[in-house]
Design a protein around this ligand. Structure first.
Ligand SMILES: *Cc1c(COP(=O)(O)O)cnc(C)c1O
Length: 409
C-alpha cells in the first residue's frame, strides 16, 4: 500500500497539482503547505483531490480535536443553519446565554466573552488585564505591564507578534505595542524577579504548542499561580491549543490542579467547523468591560454558539479526555521505542507530542510521512508535531506510528 502511495505521488498530472498551481498564482504565500490538496475528511482520515487517503496527525493544530465532520457537531450546525446564523450583538440571540452558561460551568468560572479567532481572544484577555490593572489594582494609567514567555505563540496580530521572539513572526511588522516583558519559559525565579507593582498579568501557554510541545518543569504552573496570587497579578492561560481534551484533561492547567484567572480558548471550541474563541474568567475581572469597550461583529453568533454548546456537552462526559489519556499512553510508549540515533528527544502529554529528529529536517520527515499516507507538521527546523484527532482509532494511530518508525529508518 505504501509503495502505491509513493508511486501515485510522482504522477504530476493530477487534480491536486492543478489546485496547487492556482493557489500559488493567486493566494498569498504566507504559508508553505505540504504538497497535498485535501478534498474530504471523516473522523481522523482525509482524502486528497485525487482520492488518496491520509491519517490526519495534525488535526488543524487541535482545531479538529473531535475529528473531521463529527456527526454531533455537523448535526448541531445543520440544525442551526436552518434557523438563524448571525444577528450581531446589537440584538440578543437565543443561544448565547446557553453557550455562556455551559462553557463557564465547564471552566468553573462565571463569565465569558465570545470572539472568533484565537488571536482575538488573546487580545481580549490583554485588554481585560490592562483595564483590570488600572481600575481594580490601581496601576497608574499607561504603565500596565504584562509578562510573557520566551518561545511564546499567541497569534498573529501586531500586538501579539510584537512580544514574540520568533524573528519570522516579528521582523518587519513594527513598531510594536509597548507594555510587554518577556521572561524565560519554565523558570519561576525569573518570573518572580520580573514582577513589580505595575505588573497586571502573566500570559502563558501551559504547554507551548508552536514552540514544539514544550512542557514546563513539574510544579511550574503551581509556582506561577502562587506568584500571581501573592502579587495580585492575573494569570492568563492560553489554552487555545492545549485545552479542550488534547492533553488528557479538559485543560493543561488541570495536570497541576491550577486554576488561572482566565482561560483563553479557541481552536477546538469551534468543533472543526467554524472559528469560535472565548475568554472565560471570574466576574470581578471580566466586569471591567462595559458596553462599547470591546466586541466583534461575529463574536457569539448563533451558529458559533450552537457548535460551541455541542463541543462543551461532548467534553462534559470526559470521554474525549479519557481517549487522549489512553491513546496518549500508546503514543508515549511507541515514541520511547524509537531509536536514539534518529530521535534526540521527545515530549508527550496526552495525545500530543513533539519529536526532535536527528540528521534530517522536520519538513523532510513530514514529506516522507505524507508519501506514506500520514499528515504531520514540522516546527522549528527539526521538530515534528503529532496531534491526531482524539477520535482516532487505536489501530490507526499504531499504523501511523509504524509509518513514522519506517520513515525514520
Ligand atoms: C493557534 C493559537 C493561537 C492563535 O489562534 P488563531 O485562531 O490562529 O488566531 C493563539 N494561541 C495559541 C496557543 C495557539 O495555538
Amino acid at each position: 500500500m505504501t509503495t502505491t502511495h509513493a508511486a501515485l505521488h510522482d504522477d504530476a498530472a493530477d487534480l491536486g497539482a492543478a489546485a496547487i498551481a492556482r493557489a500559488e498564482a493567486h493566494a498569498a504565500h504566507n504559508y508553505n503547505p505540504l504538497p497535498v490538496v485535501l478534498a474530504r475528511g471523516e473522523g481522523a482520515w482525509v482524502w486528497d483531490a485525487d482520492g488518496r487517503r491520509y491519517l490526519d496527525m495534525l488535526a488543524g493544530y487541535s482545531a479538529l480535536n473531535f475529528g473531521h465532520r463529527h456527526p454531533r457537531l455537523v448535526a448541531a450546525a445543520e440544525a442551526q443553519l436552518g434557523r438563524l446564523t448571525l444577528t450581531s450583538r446589537a440584538f440578543h440571540n437565543d443561544l448565547l446565554g446557553d453557550f455562556a452558561e455551559e462553557l463557564t460551568a465547564l471552566c468553573g468560572m462565571d463569565t465569558m466573552l465570545p470572539m472568533n479567532t484565537g488571536a482575538e481572544a488573546v487580545e481580549t484577555a490583554l485588554k481585560m488585564a490592562r483595564k483590570w490593572g488600572y481600575e481594580r489594582k490601581g496601576v497608574p494609567d499607561g504603565l500596565a505591564k504584562i509578562l510573557v514567555m520566551g518561545g511564546n505563540f499567541h497569534g498573529r496580530t501586531t500586538t501579539i507578534v510584537g512580544f514574540s521572539d520568533d524573528p519570522s513572526a516579528r521582523d518587519g511588522f513594527g513598531p510594536f505595542t509597548p507594555g510587554f516583558v518577556r521572561v524565560p519559559y519554565g523558570d519561576a525565579e525569573s518570573l518572580a524577579a520580573a514582577i513589580d507593582e505595575d505588573t497586571v498579568a502573566v500570559l502563558l501557554e501551559p504547554i507551548q504548542g508552536e514552540g514544539g510541545v514544550v512542557i514546563p518543569p513539574d510544579g511550574y504552573l503551581r509556582a506561577v499561580r502562587a506568584l500571581c496570587t501573592e502579587h495580585n497579578v492575573l494569570m492568563l492561560a492560553d489554552e487555545i491549543q492545549s485545552g479542550l481534551g488534547r492533553t488528557g484533561a479538559t485543560f493543561a492547567c488541570d495536570h497541576e490542579a491550577v486554576v488561572p484567572d482566565a482561560y483563553i480558548l479557541g481552536k477546538a471550541l469551534g468543533g472543526g467547523i467554524l472559528p469560535v474563541s472565548a475568554v472565560v474568567a471570574r466576574r470581578e475581572v471580566m466586569g471591567v468591560f462595559g458596553p462599547g469597550q470591546h466586541g466583534s461583529t461575529f463574536g457569539g453568533n448563533p451558529l458559533a454558539c450552537a457548535v460551541g454548546i455541542e463541543v462543551v456537552r461532548m467534553l462534559r462526559t470526559g470521554e474525549f479526555q479519557a481517549r487522549a489519556r489512553d491513546l496518549g499512553a500508546v503514543l508515549a510508549a511507541r515514541l520511547a521505542s524509537l531509536p536514539a540515533s534518529r530521535v534526540s528527544a521527545f515530549r508527550v502529554r496526552g495525545l500530543w507530542a513533539g519529536i526532535d529528529v536527528v540528521g534530517r529536517t522536520g519538513r523532510d520527515v513530514c514529506e516522507g510521512l505524507m508519501r506514506r499516507g500520514v499528515l504531520a507538521k514540522d516546527t522549528h527546523g527539526s521538530t515534528i508535531r503529532l496531534a491526531p484527532p482524539l477520535v482516532v482509532e487505536r489501530a490507526d494511530l499504531e499504523w501511523a506510528l509504524d509509518q513514522l518508525r519506517q520513515e525514520l529508518g
